[in-house]
Design a protein around this ligand. Structure first.
Ligand code: KG4
Ligand code: ZN
Length: 338
C-alpha cells in the first residue's frame, strides 16, 4: 500500500509518497525561505498563503515522481501539530479533501514524533532504550525512547529553542534567514574559542534547556565589540556562539545519559543538520561506546517522508484505520508530551 504524506506545519510545503514497508518513493520539499527572509523570521500569515499557493503543485509533483496518481494511494497522512495554525490547516484541509474524495483513511501525525521517526528511516535497527535529542526551530527536547513509538519527555527548553537562538542572533546582525545555516556558513574558518560564552546552569539539575542566557551574552558581546556583518571578527564570534550552543546541547545529553543509561543515541530536527553538532554528537556517542543515529540532512529539516514513515509504522500490524474527517489541527503541545 502507498501512503501520501503532507507536511505544512511551518514554512516548508512538503509531500511524500511512502510505502507501507517504509520505502520512500518520493519526497518533495518547497522552502519558503525567500518569502520570509526579508522579515528575518517566519511571518505566519504569509506562510499560510504560500502553502495555499504551493500545496496542489507539491502534492502533484510527489505523485509524479513516484509514478502514481491519487487513485493509487491507500491512505493519507498529514501533520496535525504542533505548528502554525494557519499553515497546519492548509495541509490538513487538503489532506481531508483527498481522503474524502477517495474514501481512504486519513492519519493525523505529530510533528515532533515524526522528527524522531526520521532517525529510523535510514536505521531501522536502533537499539532501545534510546536517548533522543530533538533540536528544531521551535523545540529543543530530550526524549527517552523505550521501544518503537513509545517515549517519555525528559527535558525541554524553558525559553528559546536552540534553532530560535541561532535565528535570532542572525536576525539581529542582519545576516539572513534561516539563521542556523547562515551562521554555519559564515563561521567557517572562525575560532570557536575567541569569545568565551558561559553555559547556563540549572539550579535544580533538571534536564531542561535554556538558551536565553546565551542569547543575552551574545547580544552583550555584539554591543561591546560593535560586531556587525562587516566586522573582521564575525567568523570567530559566530563560531564561538555556535560552539556554545552545541556545548549546551551536548552537556544535557551527557547528563541525561548518566541518569537514564541508553543503548543508543538519536539526534534529529532542523539544527541536526549542523556539522559542528553532528561531529560533537558522534564524538560523545563514541566516547560512551554507543551508536549515534543522525538522519541525512534532508530528513533533519521539515519534510513529509518522516510523516509518511511514521504513518506506516503506526498502521503496521493494525487493521485499517477507519475513515474519519474529525481530525483537528493543534498549534501547541505535542502528543510527544511537550
Ligand atoms: O525542524 P525544522 O526544519 O523546523 C522546525 O520544526 O522548527 O528546523 C528549523 C531550524 C531553524 O531554526 C534553522 O535555523 C535550523 O533548523 N537549521 C540549522 C541548520 N539548518 C537548519 N541550524 C544550524 N545549522 C544548520 N545547518
Ligand atoms: Zn520541524
Amino acid at each position: 500500500m502507498n501512503i501520501l504524506a503532507i507536511e505544512t506545519s511551518c514554512d516548508e510545503t512538503a509531500a511524500a509518497v511512502v510505502t507501507a514497508e517504509r520505502q520512500i518513493l518520493s519526497s518533495v520539499v518547497l522552502s519558503q525561505d525567500e518569502v520570509h527572509a526579508p522579515f528575518g523570521g517566519v511571518v505566519p500569515e504569509l506562510a499560510s498563503r504560500q502553502h495555499l499557493r504551493s500545496i496542489g503543485y507539491i502534492v502533484a509533483e510527489s505523485l509524479e515522481r513516484a509514478s502514481l496518481s491519487t487513485g493509487d494511494i491507500g491512505a493519507f497522512a498529514v501533520t496535525q501539530g504542533p505548528g502554525l495554525i494557519g499553515s497546519l490547516l492548509v495541509g490538513l484541509s487538503f489532506a481531508k479533501g483527498l481522503a474524502y474524495y477517495h474514501r481512504r483513511p486519513l492519519l493525523g501525525i505529530d510533528h515532533l514524533e515524526a522528527h524522531m521517526e526520521a532517525a529510523f528511516l535510514e536505521n531501522p535497527d536502533i537499539r532501545f532504550p534510546s536517548l533522543a535529542l530533538l533540536v528544531s526551530g521551535g523545540h529543543t527536547s530530550l526524549f527517552l525512547l523505550r521501544r518503537r513509538l513509545q517515549f517519555r519527555l525528559l527535558g525541554r527548553t524553558r525559553d528559546d529553542a536552540a534553532g530560535e537562538a541561532l535565528d535570532k542572533i542572525a536576525k539581529f546582525l542582519d545576516l539572513g534567514y534561516p539563521g542556523g545555516p547562515v551562521i554555519e556558513r559564515l563561521s567557517a574558518g572562525g575560532s570557536p574559542d575567541k569569545f568565551a560564552f558561559a553555559l547556563p546552569r540549572m539550579k535544580d539539575r533538571s534536564l531542561d534547556f535554556s538558551f536565553s542566557g546565551l542569547k543575552t551574552a551574545a547580544l552583550k558581546w555584539i554591543g561591546e565589540t560593535k560586531m556587525s556583518a562587516l566586522h573582521a571578527g564575525l567568523p570567530d564570534f559566530l563560531a564561538s556562539f555556535e560552539a556554545a550552543v552545541v556545548r549546551a546541547l551536548l552537556e544535557k545529553v551527557t547528563q541525561a545519559a548518566g541518569k537514564f543509561p541508553p543503548a543508543s543515541l538519536i539526534l534529529c530536527g532542523g539544527v541536526a543538520r549542523n556539522k559542528r553538532l553532528r561531529k560533537g554528537f558522534e564524538e560523545l556517542a563514541r566516547a560512551s561506546g554507543l551508536n549515534a543515529h543522525i538522519p541525512s540532512p534532508e530528513f533533519c529539516t521539515d519534510n513529509a517522508a518522516m510523516i509518511g514513515a511514521l504513518a506506516a509504522e503506526k498502521m503496521r500490524g493494525k487493521k485499517r484505520p477507519s475513515f474519519s474527517l474529525e481530525l483537528d489541527a493543534y498549534p501547541r503541545f505535542s502528543r510527544a508530551g511537550e
